[in-house]
Ligand binder design. Structure first.
Ligand code: BTN
Length: 274
């Protein structure tokens, strides 16, 4: 099992275009309030795209919709500094690419030890990663603008070998870790390297206009597609069948009346037909 420190991350990212290119910062901290806060500060100071902040635990980890992201030791907490242009922002959301990269990296670093059960990493729209129906990873994208253009801080939290007893009681029924789902923990440095590699490939592909293969790969990991869903939107609840993803990663919901609506944000739950 490798130790997650700066030297290991420098070795794991050497020669890559995004994280690892000369000039991009790499920071690994034992503890931070939030890697997103540290990456945003670096971005405001002019850190280039690909700069990376990793922490082994966070004291004020943040989730989507103002929630707390519980960040005990055993998890992997990282944030990337990205500087997408407007065309890139209008294409596929980087959060979807990150969720896909995490799911692919988890599968790619599965161990083959005697205790391992292979449990595939799935995506819960829009970008949570689940194993065996429980959440192992969430993504938080925070976009701001300054004189230099857009600054996107992309934060990824992964419960790698987190003891679920260390998570808040209200999460224990719905969250797990890769190690608990699979019986054995992946090597955390190999997992981080695989996430960054997969994300860079997807990000570059989208930049070149190649979103279709990524949508197909993401769709193939979304068990909810084709099933009945209830989507909690800000102002209402939408029910229907999850028919697929549109070209920018929105969820297409087909209602019982045969109408198609595309949602870009919301909490999706599967509804079993009676
Ligand atoms: C969610 O599912 O609500 C998103 C969770 C995102 C958590 C990560 S951990 C690294 C980065 N730093 C934070 O404070 N949040 C993100």
């Amino acid at each position: 099992m490798s130790t997650l420190d700066r030297a290991a991350v420098v070795r794991a990212t050497a020669g890559r275009r995004l994280c690892g290119h000369p000039g991009a910062a790499i920071e690994v901290h034992d503890e931070l309030t939030s890697t997103n806060d540290r990456a945003a500060a670096l971005g405001r100071e002019g850190a280039p795209e690909g700069s990376l902040v990793v922490a082994l635990r966070q004291t004020h980890g943040r989730g989507r919709h103002g929630r707390v992201w519980s960040s005990p030791p055993g998890g992997l907490y990282l944030s990337l500094v990205l500087r997408p242009d407007d065309a890139m922002i209008r294409r596929l959301p980087a959060t979807l690419l990150a969720g896909l990269a995490v799911a692919e990296a988890i599968d790619a670093t599965a161990t083959t030890g005697a205790k391992t059960r292979f449990v595939r990493a799935d995506l819960k729209w829009p970008n949570d990663v689940h194993m065996g129906g429980r959440k192992v990873s969430g993504i938080l994208g925070e976009l701001t603008r300054d004189a230099g253009g857009a600054l996107l801080v992309l934060g990824l939290g992964i419960n790698v070998s987190t003891d679920s007893a260390a998570l808040p009681p209200e999460l224990q029924a719905t969250a797990t870790s890769v190690a608990e789902a699979r019986g054995e923990a992946p090597d955390v440095v190999a997992l981080l390297a695989a996430i960054l590699e997969r994300f860079e490939e997807h990000y570059d592909a989208v930049r070149r206009g190649g979103g279709a293969t990524i949508l197909a790969a993401a769709s193939a990991r979304m068990p909810v597609l084709g099933k009945g869903v209830r989507v909690r939107l800000v102002d209402r609840v939408l029910e229907g069948r999850a028919a697929g993803l549109n070209a920018t990663g929105g969820l297409i919901v087909e209602t019982a009346a045969g109408q198609r609506e595309t949602v870009v944000a919301g909490e999706v739950e599967e509804v079993r037909s009676t």
